[in-house]
Design a protein around this ligand. Structure first.
Ligand code: HEM
Length: 131
């Protein structure tokens, strides 16, 4: 199918990629995302993207999307931001998030690109300790 073909392309992208609809429901989850968050695509697709983050973001995230849809004010789209992600085992990690927006078959969707910053933060911490 076309869907399977697209996911097989996404699986070749080294950065984790998450696609959501305007309600925050995960539509697609790449192989790198499965590895990073410790969740299979089957486990997260159909559930809210807020499951990938700790509170207070988790409870607020639907509101962030609603606020954007109502006002058009971008806080992450087009800028990117370092935020905190949460794996299936509850552990948290720093991640760089880039969000894009597009329309597929008349439906507004958001594409999130996630880069794990754990090792970069670790190197910076080691450098600080060494000073
Ligand atoms: C907005 C957190 C993942 C889509 C936001 C905001 C925060 C946030 C703090 C802006 C709130 C504000 O300043 O008003 C997080 C965290 C994530 C995460 C901690 C960790 C997993 C994602 C992913 C996507 C996404 C993977 C898309 C696939 C959006 C959208 C908005 C938003 C569409 C509103 C537009 C904007 O502010 O530019 N998120 N987010 N988020 N997020 Fe997330």
């Amino acid at each position: 199918s076309r869907e399977a073909h697209l996911s097989s392309i996404l699986d070749t992208v080294p950065d984790a990629m998450v696609v959501i609809d305007r309600k925050g429901i995960v539509l697609s989850f790449s192989k790198a995302a499965e590895k990073l968050f410790g969740l299979s695509s089957d486990q997260i697709c159909g559930r809210n993207v807020s499951n990938l983050m700790p509170n207070p973001y988790r409870d607020a995230h639907d509101g962030y999307i609603d606020h954007y849809i109502e006002t058009g004010e971008k806080r992450i789209i087009g800028y990117g931001r370092v935020v905190t992600g949460q794996r299936a085992d509850g552990s948290q990690f720093p991640m760089e998030l880039h969000v894009g927006e597009t329309t597929v078959n008349g439906e507004q969707i958001f594409t999130g690109f996630v880069r794990d910053l754990t090792s970069r933060f670790k190197i910076e911490e080691d450098l600080r300790q060494a000073q």
